[in-house]
Design a binder for this molecule. Structure first.
Ligand SMILES: [Zn+2]
Length: 526
């Protein structure tokens, strides 16, 4: 939907209902009842209802439910403004999926409404802890994959493609001691597939065939995906756009005109295809936005619409601003707003009881995992000893003239291979153990000093932490005038497991009429 229509038309909502087989057995809220409650609420709030999506007899543990998939699709395609459901547990049962969905909705400007308030039992505390672990775990995995990315970039910088070979090529390992280490695993032309890929380019270059035609033709000629299927239209489109075929290597921040792999076609053919593609699909040009830290979290108080950000003044300074077409005329410097938000974390604190619970939980998770690693490590050491004994025995047999020279060499090679793989697994295990330690440390830091953890966190962890505590912030006259806690955080506030300290009088924003309305019910307990 385009923006002009959005402003005239009523906001659009979808109703989502789910019952599991267990719910049905327990006589929980029936699907009809869920539908009725949501409809009522959505209509009261002035939404027009696009669809009522139902998942019957489906568990909330996975997102692979037909209805949920439909809901996610509608959100991503930006066809809806809101989702109404009776309770957060209808959309997801576990925290990781829940946080994932929340982020997905937020990034697509979809608001989430629940009919029933979350249950005020102690499970809020454990849910919160689960989310803390989920976030920190995710973050540690990201760091690890960043390291992998860096080695891959290093390889790309040397001109070698570091990942699964593009269509028409295959990955091989060559054991050539004269070649540098990064050049041992390389991609080479696949003699069966390469001519078909080239054929695809030649056909497209004639201008007589569409991308659809070509997928059919190549399929007839025997081109298959890894799974024996016909190439999809979008995959072929990517293939036709890939400059790897004329020798270029693009990986992360690495962009080389001339890699170390063989070309699959000449530049003339490649560029004539590019010209045709641009002519036909110019309007489809995909652009990727820079991910601003606060995007999705800010709303204009006056217009009730979202803020966006962009660079001004020769790209030196970024500004967040209201997206309303008439606009507020207010641009807030990125750094200013981001540090205001950072300050909000100074005002959050967990109760001592909650911190104690977290410490207990961290301990038990940590010890449990550590025992698992110790067991795995012992088992690896035992296996290693067995192979070392085998090697000794082979040596003895060789010296006793029981086996031939060739047999000995073969056995020795096999054993060395096994030992090498065991060593690799030991290193992997050590890495896991270190992550476990880091996770424990981070979770403890987070519970003890939220502001400190947030202010030192890198961009992606910051986004996680923001989503963890906050739903959104409303901005007016360059000031945050309303802060909405996340559901989990709101629950903890109600349970007095977390506190939100009122900003003190010296706060520079306070003097401009700064008031924090934090979901009044959530604060009434203070
Ligand atoms: Zn505005």
């Amino acid at each position: 939907m385009n923006k002009e229509k959005e402003e005239i038309k009523k906001k659009i909502a979808v109703i989502y209902c789910r019952v599991s087989t267990q719910d049905q057995a327990d006589k929980g809220l029936s699907i009809e009842e869920q539908e009725r409650l949501c409809k009522e609420k959505a209509e009261q709030a002035g939404y027009s209802i696009l669809a009522i999506i139902k998942d019957e007899g489906k568990s909330g543990g996975s997102l692979k439910r037909a209805g949920m998939q439909q809901l996610m699709k509608l959100s991503i395609e930006k066809k809806i403004d809101a989702v109404f459901t009776v309770h957060s547990d209808r959309i997801a049962r576990n925290t990781e999926n829940y946080l994932y969905l929340r982020a997905l909705f937020r990034n697509n400007d979809v608001e989430l409404f629940f009919i029933q308030l979350p249950n005020l039992d102690d499970s809020a505390g454990s849910k919160m802890m689960d989310s803390m672990f989920a976030i920190v775990n995710q973050y540690q995995r990201d760091i690890t994959s960043d390291k992998v990315t860096m080695t891959m970039e290093g390889k790309a910088r040397l001109g070698y493609f570091p990942a699964l070979a593009p269509l028409g090529y295959k990955n091989i390992t060559r054991l050539d001691p004269t070649v540098e280490r990064a050049g041992q695993k390389i991609v080479v032309k696949d003699p069966e597939v390469a001519p078909l890929v080239k054929k695809g380019f030649e056909l497209y270059a004639t201008g007589n065939f569409s991308v659809y035609d070509i997928t059919d033709i190549l399929y007839e000629k025997g081109l298959r995906t890894k799974y024996g299927k016909k190439l999809t239209y979008s995959r072929l489109y990517d293939v036709l756009r890939n400059p790897f075929y004329i020798g270029e290597v693009h990986w992360g921040k690495v962009h080389l005109k001339e890699g170390k792999h063989e070309h699959l076609m000449d530049k003339e053919l490649f560029y004539s295809v590019q010209r045709l593609l641009t002519m036909k699909n110019g309007h489809l040009c995909r652009r990727r936005k820079y991910q601003w830290l606060l995007s999705g979290f800010l709303r204009c108080h006056t217009h009730q619409c979202r803020y966006t950000a962009e660079y001004h003044l020769n790209k030196r300074i970024g500004y967040y601003h209201c997206t309303n077409r008439n606009g507020c005329g207010k641009y807030v410097e990125v750094n200013k707003l981001e540090s205001m938000i950072e300050d909000k974390f100074k005002e959050i604190e967990f109760s001592q009881k909650f911190i104690d619970l977290v410490i207990e939980k961290v301990k038990s998770v940590f010890y449990e995992r550590r025992k698992l690693y110790d067991d795995k490590r012992k088992s690896l050491i035992n296996q290693k000893t067995v192979f070392e004994l085998k090697r000794k025995s082979a040596e003895d047999k060789l010296l006793a003239n029981v086996i031939t020279d060739d047999d000995f060499r073969r056995i020795k090679e096999e054993i060395n291979e096994e030992l090498e793989s065991l060593n690799k697994r030991t290193i992997e295990l050590e890495k896991e153990r270190r992550i476990n330690m880091d996770v424990a440390q981070e979770v403890l830091n987070l519970s003890r000093n939220i502001y400190d953890t947030y202010s030192k966190a890198p961009h992606n962890l910051k986004r996680h932490l923001l989503a963890f505590f906050w739903e959104k912030f409303e901005i007016k006259d360059e000031v945050i005038i309303k802060s909405y806690p996340s559901l989990l955080f709101a629950e903890l506030l109600k349970l007095e497991q977390a506190f939100y300290k009122k900003p003190n009088r010296e706060n520079p924003y306070e003097s401009k009429g700064f008031s924090t309305i934090i979901n009044s019910t959530a604060l009434s307990s203070r």
